[in-house]
Design a protein around this ligand. Structure first.
Ligand SMILES: [Zn+2]
Length: 286
């Protein structure tokens, strides 16, 4: 293990479970390498659909508290110790899926003032001084209001932090290259009969799918595949894992991607055709 005390990675996510699905292998890798990994989760996912029948009684604040515990368990499996809730626990509540009346709840994240929510994140940025920020694209990967808002808040906070003393050198969006996900689904359909699941999701159910050319950075998480699957499994209210795949509450199987992909959207790209390190080109002294 190489000590990299100077490396600081910040990830901004909408709900507990998004971090493990999108970046579980990346987080495990950097934590194992000694980087400081900070996760900021914007809501507790109080409106998530609960999969296990024995936990179906959990709704609202009780579900939020339960998911907070799931998040803590998942982060300990990934070796991530710095986990925060934007503005403190319960500051912003889950907005529910796009178009539902839940979106109008004044306490929900979708209704939050972007600058005000970003101010909470700016405090974290000034404290941690990350060299790398990871979040979603401007559609939140797949159009969920909390994911779109997490994107807006993260990008605005990066801007405000830069104006007040800390410019995050590199900003990435979570991505999945279309050919990779198509191939993974082809494999999944062959493997499906050996799993507890009956139907596969579609490629377009995966957030952040883009043409291969958009990918700037590939993190091979093979060595951390087991940790990623374990972290996903810790989110038992939201995810059922049966490696090599998992389902959400819609019961449609998706492949667990242990190689994770990114698009660099701010900052200077490291050398080589594609980066294999989010910190490529960043000096140790930063
Ligand atoms: Zn989410």
């Amino acid at each position: 293990m190489t000590e990299q005390p100077g490396r600081r990675l910040l990830l901004v996510h909408a709900h507990p479970d998004d971090e493990s699905i999108n970046n579980g292998a990346t987080m495990a890798r950097y934590a194992a390498e000694g980087a400081h990994v900070t996760l900021v989760t914007c809501t507790l996912g109080e409106r998530g659909e609960v999969i296990p029948p024995e936990l179906a009684h959990l709704t609202g604040a009780a579900l939020g508290q339960h998911r907070r515990n799931e998040l803590a368990a998942a982060m300990s499996l990934l070796g991530v110790r710095d986990v925060r809730l934007l503005g403190g626990a319960g500051r912003y509540s889950d907005s529910g899926m796009m178009g539902l009346p839940d979106n109008d709840d004044p306490a929900c994240f979708w209704q939050a003032d972007v600058d005000e929510a970003a101010a909470h994140l700016v405090e974290v940025i000034h404290e941690v001084r990350p060299q790398v920020l990871v979040t979603y694209d401007d559609n939140g990967g797949y159009g969920h209001p909390d994911h779109i808002q997490a994107h807006r808040v993260a990008m605005r906070a990066a801007e405000l932090a830069a104006e007040t003393g800390w410019r995050i050198p590199k900003v990435y969006w979570n991505r999945v290259p279309r050919p990779v996900v198509e191939e993974a689904f082809a494999r999944l359909r062959e493997e499906l009969p050996g799993t507890p699941f009956t139907k596969a999701a579609a490629v377009d159910d995966v957030p952040g799918v883009v043409p291969e050319e958009r990918i700037t950075t590939v993190i091979d998480g093979t060595a951390h595949a087991a940790a990623k699957a374990a972290a996903m499994r810790a989110h038992a209210t939201q995810i059922t894992v049966a490696e090599p795949c998992f389902v959400l509450s819609n019961e449609l199987a998706q492949p667990i991607l242990t190689t994770e992909y990114y698009e660099l959207v701010r900052g200077e790209r490291g050398t080589g055709e594609r980066e294999t390190d989010l910190f490529a080109g960043i000096g140790e002294a930063s």
